[in-house]
Write a protein that binds this ligand. Structure first.
Ligand SMILES: NC(=O)C1=CN([C@@H]2O[C@H](COP(=O)(O)OP(=O)(O)OC[C@H]3O[C@@H](n4cnc5c(N)ncnc54)[C@H](O)[C@@H]3O)[C@@H](O)[C@H]2O)C=CC1
Ligand SMILES: CC(=O)C(=O)O
Ligand SMILES: [Mg+2]
Length: 371
């Protein structure tokens, strides 16, 4: 199969969808790997690294897209990429279509078969979302602490406090992969941390894992309002896979926080779980609503590509082998977890929660596989 890897074009996105190590394995399996010249540079991989790995370096982005049967990306196609997609092409990438209606429309219109990393399932959790949730979760207290500084317009709280002056209170709403990692780092920085989740079993796991120092609370509107009002930093990391994120932190709740408090909405790629959230970029990551600072970057791991590219491709490569070796239909028919990744085929949405979020009816998987 001809597999193409274009350079990412989203604002400040320096990850790449395949490492030279992955290119070695794919070429050894008999596949042709096209890498756009320079695609790996932001992650520390030179063109020479890919050439040595057996890949073909392609100077023109148009050639990568026109020749590839399977396109590997990191982020959802951007508007400038829409016309490059062609009928019958298979795309494997993060899509987050519930929050990207224009991208969904383009994928349908161009007749692309699109498989989303974030809806591929596993025996435990979401195996292709988890590594980036770990990265974004670990980054969240770091960026939040930065924006709490007075020089950044923040309240001037040092996250860990000092002896005799209190530490910041950090509230994490949604204690899954991202939330767990955010809590661990925030505790490590000396904050007073609370995690709120609907799933009591999950709260038991977090409580056992942290031994002491972490407060866990069951999610309900009153608890969220009380905790947010007392917080210096709120980190939003809830997820209902495929669906738009529920707006758990209202404007009114956030307005009760001290001026200069920070809200980091990791769940922004699913539309955000704070009422005031709107997607931002690394170039301009924050905005204010009233007196509070919102950080809503939809590709947080793009800021740490050395770590994030390795973590992402470690997870995606086994699935790339399946798609490339068997073809998408046979690969999905053989693996229901991979099949859960199918979001678009033949001009239709194929994932029920994504289709519901976009007000459409999903094409059943069986129909897509029989097409
Ligand atoms: N902005 C970015 O750059 C990135 C964003 N993400 C996003 O972060 C979000 C979280 O991802 P994961 O941690 O992997 O998901 P996850 O599925 O591991 O965790 C989500 C948690 O939310 C909880 N939850 C659901 N409804 C809730 C409610 N009403 N109240 C409290 N908790 C509730 C669930 O019980 C679960 O524990 C996703 O939207 C994901 O796409 C992930 C990576 C990068
Ligand atoms: C999960 C995702 O969308 C990202 O890592 O950018
Ligand atoms: Mg996006």
């Amino acid at each position: 199969m001809i597999i193409g890897v274009p350079t990412e074009v989203k604002n400040n996105e320096f990850r790449v969808a395949l490492t030279p190590a992955g290119a070695v394995d794919l070429t050894q399996r008999g596949h042709t790997v096209l890498i756009q010249s320079g695609a790996g540079e932001g992650s520390g991989f030179s063109d020479e690294d890919y050439r040595t790995a057996g890949a073909e370096l392609v100077p023109e982005v148009a050639d990568v897209w026109s020749r590839a049967e399977l396109v590997l990306k990191v982020k959802e196609p951007q508007a400038e990429e829409f016309p490059r997609m062609h009928e019958g092409q298979v795309l494997f990438t993060y899509l987050h279509l519930a929050a990207e209606p224009e991208c969904a429309a383009a994928l349908k219109e161009r007749g692309v078969t699109a498989i989303a990393y974030e809806t591929v399932t596993g025996p435990k959790g979401l195996p292709l979302l988890a590594p980036m949730s770990e990265v974004a979760g670990r980054l969240a207290p770091q960026v939040g602490a930065y924006h709490l500084m007075h020089s950044q317009g923040g309240s001037g709280m040092l996250i860990g406090g000092v002896p005799g002056a209190r530490a910041a209170k950090v509230v994490v709403v949604g204690g899954g992969k991202a939330g767990e990692q955010a809590a661990i780092i925030a505790m490590g920085m000396g904050a007073d941390v609370t995690v709120i989740d609907l799933n009591l079993e999950r709260l038991r796991e977090l409580s056992a894992m942290s031994a002491r120092g972490l407060t866990t609370l069951a999610s309900n509107t009153l608890t969220i309002a009380q905790e947010v009002a007392a917080a210096d930093m709120v980190i939003g990391s809830v997820l209902i896979p495929g669906a738009s994120a529920p707006k758990l932190v209202t404007r009114e709740m956030a307005a009760a926080m001290r001026p200069g408090s920070v809200l980091v909405d990791i769940a922004i790629d699913q539309g955000g779980c704070f009422e005031g959230s709107k997607p931002t970029t690394h170039a301009e990551p924050t905005f204010t609503v009233g007196e509070q600072i919102y950080y809503c970057v939809a590709n947080m791991p793009g800021a740490v590509p050395h770590t994030a590219t390795a973590a992402l491709t470690n997870a995606t490569l086994p699935y790339i082998f399946k798609l490339a070796d068997k073809g998408w239909k046979a690969a999905l028919a053989a693996d229901p977890h991979l099949a859960a990744g199918l979001n678009v085929h033949a001009g239709r949405l194929t994932h029920a929660p994504v289709a519901e979020a976009l007000g459409e009816e999903a094409m059943p998987l069986e129909a897509a596989l029989a097409d």
